[in-house]
Ligand binder design. Sequence first.
Ligand SMILES: [Zn+2]
Length: 150
Amino acid sequence: MGRKKTLTCRRWDCEEAPFLGGLCEAHHEEDRLKQLARRAAIDALSTSCIAGKLPEKPGLKDELLRVIRWWDKACLAVNAGRQDNVLLDETQYAPEWCIAFADAIIQEEMNFRQGLDDDATVAFLKKDTWTRFEHLEAGFMSNGVKRPGC
Ligand SMILES: [Zn+2]
């Protein structure tokens, strides 16, 4: 892969002219939407609310509250600069899992409020996240592998 000679979008595979922050207009917009989604996810984790209301889809509020417990636990440890007693060396990654999970719940809830069908990728991501936390609670690494030396 040769170095780019002309000034183009920061994305390595994009040849468009930069628009803002080194990104072309389309990629800048993509980044902006990602940031908005991230903020909404963190907001849901902090307030238990999605777009100002508790989740209305049956079961979703419980799932959100369950992930918030992990979020609080992980953030407490990260902010204190220590490992969580369950998350151990994966403590630093857990907040990102929670954000991705909240993002999925937001999509699910918004689909529900609009009367749309469930999204299969959302269900998959949620199951994947619970499996990780269940592995950790059982004393394994999040991927289900036994910890070295255990
Ligand atoms: Zn681009």
